[in-house]
Ligand binder design. Structure first.
Ligand SMILES: Cc1cc2nc3c(=O)[nH]c(=O)nc-3n(C[C@H](O)[C@H](O)[C@H](O)COP(=O)(O)OP(=O)(O)OC[C@H]3O[C@@H](n4cnc5c(N)ncnc54)[C@H](O)[C@@H]3O)c2cc1C
Length: 393
């Protein structure tokens, strides 16, 4: 099948959904291609429970999100499905809670009701053709065979910069030993009377097992949190970053080992069961586009503003270090930094934009920009920018 469109969005994670909806709302014929059969990408696959990066860093409960727009709409729709949901404070930050099923329903509905937006699930972009500094064609495969798309502009929301790499655009990629820990989540049900000690005692017993070499050392940064219903909990395992596509089976085996340790050492886990696992290993760090500007950690921590600042964020620089585990560097309370539009525009391919995890940011600045709230807003702004430059009537 051959298809022409104004804007092609690659990837239907949170950034891709926001990009596609904002472009279509401006009248652009928009095509969104997602290789999974569901929207939401990493947030859904890794069973996230909180949207981070939506609020300012003030100690009081914030009254609104920093960027409004589609991020606000998503939160409002979640509240309709789960009345009473409101931001919660954890340490120095505020997060917006959600359950996976509601979240995918909200994202799916946002796309389905959007005129001018065509969504192709289970379809993967395998290659693109660039000519004279522009992407001219994208080649994808889906349930109905091959798809050849001729876009006027492309927004890479693939998380790992798939289109940036395929198009020959310039990019940054840190060596695996400098990247942040990756993650793999599994859900446990049937935990009896967990009390308040489970979040503390689970990491303790896991790190003991790592010290005794019963499980690999990097698993010691595994986190545990309770779910919404009684007896439900989630273990977020930390894994080494890098070429992880072939390592899902190993992660599954380690999940089973961790669960066995918990069953043997914590009485409330004795009759519990694993009831779900991530389908792939999720990377925090990866390929980032070289844009017209590259956001730095100094920009983030100093709360820098830009003449073309289009997104605000106050999320700390959160780095999951291979040797030291999670490290947080916070902005001054009440301040926020801006992400300039130039971070969303390629410096080498004229009709290429990006949003979400692969924007033009240094490795350390990515520690702040990669959270879902910020990804949604970079998506929305990339969609608007692409349409503005195309001058869609
Ligand atoms: C372990 C871990 C825990 C985290 N916890 C939190 C948290 O609690 N809260 C929070 O706010 N953030 C959290 N984050 C960060 C956050 O989940 C991600 O950075 C964010 O969701 C990225 O969104 P995205 O849309 O840029 O990319 P993704 O969510 O990765 O979406 C990219 C999409 O593109 C699709 N795709 C890729 N290549 C192709 C292709 N060639 N063709 C078609 N489709 C393609 C993928 O299938 C995917 O759906 C966490 C990240 C990790 C790794």
């Amino acid at each position: 099948m051959n298809l022409s469109c104004d804007v092609l969005v690659a990837g239907g994670g949170v950034a891709g959904i926001a990009s596609a909806v904002s472009a279509a709302r401006k009248g652009a014929h928009t095509v969104l291609v997602e290789k999974n059969c569901f929207p939401g990408g990493t947030a859904v696959n890794c069973m996230h429970r909180y949207i981070c990066g939506l609020y300012s860093s003030c100690p009081a409960l914030p009254c609104g999100t920093l960027n409004g727009g589609i991020a606000d709409e998503i939160c409002e729709e979640i509240v309709k499905l789960a009345p009473g949901t409101k931001p919660v404070r954890m340490g120095k930050v505020h997060l917006f809670p959600f359950v996976t099923g509601d979240f995918t329903n909200v994202l799916r509905a946002l796309c389905e009701k959007q005129e001018g937006l065509e969504f192709f699930y289970e379809t993967r972009i395998d290659s693109v053709k660039s000519e004279r500094g522009n992407i001219r064609r994208a080649f994808a495969k889906g349930p109905n065979g091959e798809l050849q798309i001729s876009p006027r502009a492309v927004i890479d929301c693939s998380g790992d910069g798939a289109i940036i790499r395929m198009s020959g655009a310039s990019y940054y990629l840190s060596p695996p030993e400098e990247r942040q820990l990756a993650g793999f989540c599994f859900k446990i049900e049937g935990i009896k009377d967990p009390g308040d000690m489970a979040p503390v005692s689970v990491p303790y017993y896991i790190s003991q097992a790592a010290i005794e070499k019963k499980i690999p050392c990097y698993l010691k940064y595994t986190k545990f949190y309770h779910g919404n219903t009684e007896g439900e909990g989630y273990c977020l395992m930390s894994l080494l970053p890098g070429e992880n596509t072939e390592k899902t089976d190993e992660a599954r085996k380690n999940a089973v080992k961790i669960h066995d340790i918990l069953k043997r050492t914590i009485s409330s886990f004795r009759n519990s069961e694993i009831s779900g696992m991530s389908s792939v290993i999720a990377e925090r760090d990866g390929l980032r586009m070289k844009g017209e500007y590259t956001l730095t950690e100094e920009d983030v921590l100093s709360g820098r503003k830009f003449h073309d600042g289009v997104i605000k964020s106050a999320w700390p620089v959160e780095l999951w270090d291979i040797k030291k585990g999670p490290i947080y560097r916070y902005l001054e309370p009440g301040t926020c930094y801006e992400i300039p539009l130039r971070c969303l525009k390629s410096n080498s391919i004229r009709n290429l934009y990006c949003a979400g995890r692969c924007i033009s940011a240094s490795r350390r600045a990515l520690g702040s920009t990669r959270v879902m709230g910020t990804c949604i807003s970079t998506g929305e702004q990339a969609g608007l920018a692409a349409v503005k430059e195309l001058r869609v009537p």
